[in-house]
Design a protein around this ligand. Structure first.
Ligand SMILES: Nc1nc2c(ncn2[C@@H]2O[C@H](COP(=O)(O)OP(=O)(O)OP(=O)(O)O)[C@@H](O)[C@H]2O)c(=O)[nH]1
Ligand SMILES: [Mg+2]
Length: 320
């Protein structure tokens, strides 16, 4: 399909806040369009401003409800907000996250808000690859804050932590979530905890479990220690939102004061570059000798003729 894309024009329109241009750019990066390089190059000078906040937690814990509340709070401060709802389990993109659409409905017509759902399964490199590019689009489009919602399954919450300046982990009472969080290593990635659904029984206990877990956790991270606050909230009723905004803000200030923000962003960029480079290497290896190089070597390795390390050297040699 050879649809003509005027990348500089698209970027200019996105920067002036035209939602359709933003959406189109995200589609281009998401679909790994041939224009991807041009898009990346055109966006780069306009990026690095947005604050990135990740929200993660178990299915149904209230991430979308909370995200919507945060959007409202941030809009009250007249900030432009981008929302990326990433579903690591779904191969469908765009309109797939119906529940999110419903919960974000009140912001759908606000020109200061961009909302985008993304799937990550079935994508080359998954969340690690497409999401940072979409983030760049929203950043260049002038979003002051980008909220990334991801369901906490497997690696996804760790990946979202890699993307965000501040990672918010939501838990709910009565799901054993406090203890589970301690077990699942989530204590390590959370900058702020929210005990959501605090209107339910057991909220106090969950707060206690979390605080206890946090006090025990040996934080092996290098550098200065941030103690994640635990915020109680009832997202469905808009309670605790200001506390969460304050906690995110405090964390941000802490990051900036210690020079940690720069380090996090460099680490993020490193992961991004590495993911792109590895993907390119993989595709070049796949193309070697008309796509047969790996198979030919594999046969010789399987029969013991060549050892796998020598075969790998051979493959790398072929790329020169
Ligand atoms: N009782 C109570 N219900 C809540 C609260 N916050 C959200 N809910 C409800 O919990 C359900 C799930 O909320 P969502 O915001 O869709 O949760 P989510 O974490 O985004 O869900 P997934 O994206 O499917 O993982 C909805 O029915 C919400 O109305 C709360 O503070 N208290
Ligand atoms: Mg959701």
């Amino acid at each position: 399909m050879s649809r003509v894309v005027d990348v500089p024009d698209l970027v200019a329109r996105a920067r002036s806040g035209e939602p359709r241009a933003v959406a189109r750019l995200i589609s281009l990066v998401e679909d790994a369009s041939p224009h991807l390089r041009d898009v990346a190059a055109a966006l780069a000078p306009h990026t690095g401003r947005a604050r990135v906040v990740g929200l993660t937690g178990s299915p149904g814990v209230g991430k979308s409800t909370m995200t919507s509340q945060l959007v409202t709070a941030l809009r009250r401060k007249e900030l432009r907000v981008g929302v990326l709802a990433v579903d690591p389990t779904s191969p469908f993109s765009g309109g797939a996250l119906l529940g999110d659409r419903v919960r974000m409905q009140e912001h759908a017509t606000d020109p200061g808000v961009f909302i985008r759902s993304m799937a990550s399964r079935g994508h080359l490199g998954g969340l690690a690859w497409a999401t940072p590019q979409a983030l760049r689009v929203l950043d260049a489009a002038g979003c002051d804050v980008v909220l990334i919602e991801t369901v906490g399954v497997g690696q996804s919450e760790v990946e979202v932590a890699g993307l965000a300046d501040t990672t918010v982990v939501l838990v709910a009472p009565g799901m054993g979530d406090g203890i589970q969080a301690a077990k699942a290593g989530i204590l390590e990635i959370a900058d702020v905890f929210v005990v959501n659904k605090a209107d339910r029984d057991g909220a106090d206990q969950t707060v206690r479990e979390l605080k206890h877990g946090l006090s025990l956790a040996r934080r092996e991270r290098q550098g200065p220690i941030w103690r994640p606050p635990v915020v109680r909230a009832v997202a469905a009723r808009g309670e605790g939102i200001e506390d969460l905004v304050d906690a995110i803000h405090s964390h941000r200030t802490w990051l900036v004061d210690r020079g940690e923000l720069e380090l996090r962003r460099q680490a993020r960029a490193a992961a991004e570059v590495e993911a792109i480079a590895l993907q390119q290497l993989r595709s070049r290896i796949g193309d070697l000798r008309g796509g047969t190089a790996l198979d030919q070597l594999a046969k010789r390795v399987a029969t013991g003729e060549v050892d796998p390390y020598a075969a790998a050297d051979d493959l790398i040699e072929g790329l020169r």
